[in-house]
Every structure is written in structure tokens, then in C-alpha cells.
Design a protein around this ligand. Structure first.
Ligand SMILES: [Zn+2]
Length: 375
């Protein structure tokens, strides 16, 4: 009798937990499969599912066969599966004619003289051959049954201003737009812009002051996204994107993403506070901005940058090894959700420590009243 009573109490408590809490949707950016076996991948994915992850944005190159194989294993583990493939950065040799790469304000091609890092080989968004390459590549992946959606990344221009937290790493002071990092001044872009506005941008002393030139470039990216969205939707697949925070506070200014104009199914702003020398409160501010800018019509999944080695963070000079430490994870999630984000996305689960997972497991369950308030 006593045993039965205890069991009943346990059942009631469990039922109470279910009634009074909601798990927030959790996505994660993950890469692979490199040389891992099916068994190893299955174990990895099941582990993610147990930890509370609902879906993967998976970067596995451009071969549809890879997404078929890995997608089947992710589905078996109960995960949603999105193919995460960079868009405007195509650094592979022989993929495209090198004349299709973007040109900076000094006349240098991103193919031969990429900004900041060797892989920053950005394409010109004006050229139809570029769009055709992208549509062909993404549509072959979207055709894979195991793929729920395609996830765009590097869907932007190179950073004309680098995030403040990265200036020291690259030895730069980016107090204004410099021609070396400003794209695209290829013949096609210059000619088309002149036809459209009558302005010869090569004759302008400070192009950063020309509003029409800014808008022209926001529109170039928006057009690519919206055409790809039509393609994905025609195949009944989702299309989503990793974007810079904002759009107004950061994304438009530094990478020319006017993403509130994009017809996609969800946004994954990379709210990487340490890159901007900001705290978790800022994560809430940019989530609020995102929800307001999109009119609350599209889910916002707040991208959280996790610190891989919390103990060494203070001494670590490279900001790309910074990120949220376990004591900040709860706050970062609370700030995101209470400011209207639908869920979160981890960069990356492999950077999480045991202590981080412990905090995370509690933080992704929220009292129902709080969730109701948001709606
Ligand atoms: Zn161009």
C-alpha cells in the first residue's frame, strides 16, 4: 500500500511537471560527417536528442548523397534535419568561373585577394550565372527526402565593418567603411547601378554616403534569397538562414543583410554577444529587435555562441574561442525567450561542457505562464 502511494505521488509530481512546463524548441549547428561511421553518427545524434535538441542545421558539403545518408540517421534519432550550406562564399577550386567573384573598392577580386581570411572568396550577387549555380546546388539537396529544409549561411557581403570584438584579432580599426572591405564594384554591378539610378559610383568620393548604393546591395542579397525561397517552397521544403543580429542594429550596417525583407520560414540570428563585446542582456535586446522587425510573423531562433573552454576564457586571446560560459547559459536563454524568440540554436553542441549541459537541461524548460505571456 505504501509503495502504491509513493508511486501515485511520483506520478502526480511528474504530471504536474508536464502541465506546468514547456520545453522550448532547440536547434544546433553541427558539421560532418568526415570519416565517422553510421554507428558513430547515430550515437552522436541520439545523444543530442537526449540532451534536448530537436533539430540539426547540418553542414556536410554540397553532395546530396551525404545529406541522404546523414539525414536518415538524424531522422532515426528523432531529429529534424536541415542542410546548412554557405551561399555567397564558394572557395572551392573550379566550382565557378573566377570572373564571377566580387570585386572590392580597390578593384581587387575576392578570388585572388580575399578580405581578412583566405576562405573569404565571396561571389558577386549581380551575376545570373551565380544565381544559377546556387539554385542548382540547393535544389539538388532540397530534392533529398531526408532533408526538411535548406539553411543559408554567408548569405551576405563580406564584413565592411568587422564586429568590434574582432578588431584586435585582425589588427584593424574599422571606424568607417574602407574600400578594401567594400564590395561589389565589378563592371556588372557598377553598370546596373548607373542604369538604375544615374549615379556612377566610381566617381563618388565616399560611396558609404550614398543611400541608393546601400539599398542596391541590400536588394541584391534579398533577391537571391527570395528566388531561392520560391525554389524551396515549390518543392515543399523549408528555407531558413543564419543571419547577423538586428537587422537594423548590426546586419544591415556591417554585412548588408536587410533580412526583414526575406520570404523565408525562420531566422537564426547569430547573437554572438562576445563578438560585439556585449553581455546576455544584449541578446535579449537583439531578439526583441528581430521580432519587431519581422512583425512577429516568422520564428526567431536565437543563435548562442558557446565557449568551448570556460576555464581558459579569461586568458584566451582569440574571441572565436570565447562565448557563453555555463553561468551565462540560463540568462542567455531567458533573455532570448522572454524577448520573443521562439527557441534557440546552439553554436555548437560539440563546444558544450558537462557543466554547460547541466544548466542547459534546466534552462530549456520554462514555466507555462511565462510562455503564455509571450504569445
Ligand atoms: Zn558585382
Amino acid at each position: 500500500m505504501k509503495k502504491l502511494l509513493i508511486l501515485m505521488i511520483v506520478a502526480l509530481v511528474l504530471a504536474g511537471c508536464q502541465v506546468n512546463t514547456n520545453k522550448i524548441p532547440v536547434y544546433a549547428w553541427a558539421s560532418g560527417p568526415r570519416d565517422r561511421t553510421d554507428k558513430e553518427l547515430s550515437e552522436e545524434f541520439k545523444n543530442y536528442k537526449d540532451k534536448g535538441i530537436d533539430g540539426l542545421m547540418y553542414n556536410g558539403g554540397q553532395d546530396p548523397a551525404t545529406y541522404k545518408r546523414v539525414g536518415a540517421l538524424a531522422k532515426d534519432a528523432g531529429l529534424e534535419f536541415h542542410a546548412w550550406i554557405p551561399t555567397m562564399v564558394q572557395s572551392g577550386e573550379g566550382l565557378l568561373d573566377t570572373s564571377l567573384y566580387a570585386v572590392n573598392g580597390l578593384g581587387q577580386s575576392a578570388w585572388t585577394d580575399p578580405a581578412f581570411v583566405p576562405y573569404y572568396k565571396f561571389l558577386c550577387p549581380e551575376r545570373e550565372e551565380v544565381y544559377e549555380f546556387l539554385e542548382d546546388m540547393y535544389s539538388r539537396v532540397a530534392d533529398v527526402d531526408e532533408v526538411d529544409g535548406i539553411h543559408l549561411d554567408y548569405i551576405r557581403f563580406p564584413d565592411v565593418i568587422l564586429a568590434r570584438g574582432l578588431w584586435d584579432k585582425y589588427g584593424l580599426v574599422m571606424d568607417r567603411e574602407y574600400p578594401q572591405f567594400d564590395y561589389c564594384y565589378c563592371d556588372s554591378c557598377v553598370t546596373h547601378f548607373k542604369e538604375q539610378t544615374g549615379i556612377d559610383i566610381l566617381e563618388v568620393e565616399d560611396p558609404s554616403q550614398v543611400e541608393e548604393w546601400k539599398q542596391f546591395r541590400y536588394d541584391q542579397i534579398t533577391n537571391i534569397v527570395n528566388r531561392l525561397a520560391d525554389m524551396a517552397h515549390s518543392k515543399n521544403k523549408q528555407i531558413t538562414a543564419a543571419v547577423f543580429p538586428g537587422p537594423n542594429s548590426v546586419a544591415k550596417k556591417i554585412v548588408r543583410q536587410e533580412w526583414d525583407k526575406w520570404n523565408i520560414d525562420a531566422f537564426y540570428p547569430m547573437n554572438y554577444n562576445d563578438f560585439y563585446l556585449e553581455d546576455t542582456k544584449w541578446i535579449g535586446d537583439v531578439c526583441k529587435e528581430a521580432v519587431e522587425a519581422t512583425g512577429g510573423n516568422s520564428p526567431i531562433y536565437s543563435g548562442l555562441f558557446i565557449c568551448p573552454d570556460p576555464v581558459a576564457k579569461e586568458e584566451e586571446p582569440d574571441p572565436e574561442n570565447h562565448g557563453l560560459v555555463p553561468s551565462e547559459i540560463q540568462d542567455a536563454i531567458d533573455e532570448s525567450i522572454s524577448n520573443g524568440a521562439t527557441g534557440i540554436c546552439l553554436f555548437t553542441p560539440s563546444r558544450m561542457t558537462e557543466e554547460g549541459w547541466e544548466v542547459f537541461k534546466k534552462a530549456i524548460y520554462r514555466p507555462k505562464e511565462k510562455s503564455a505571456e509571450i504569445k
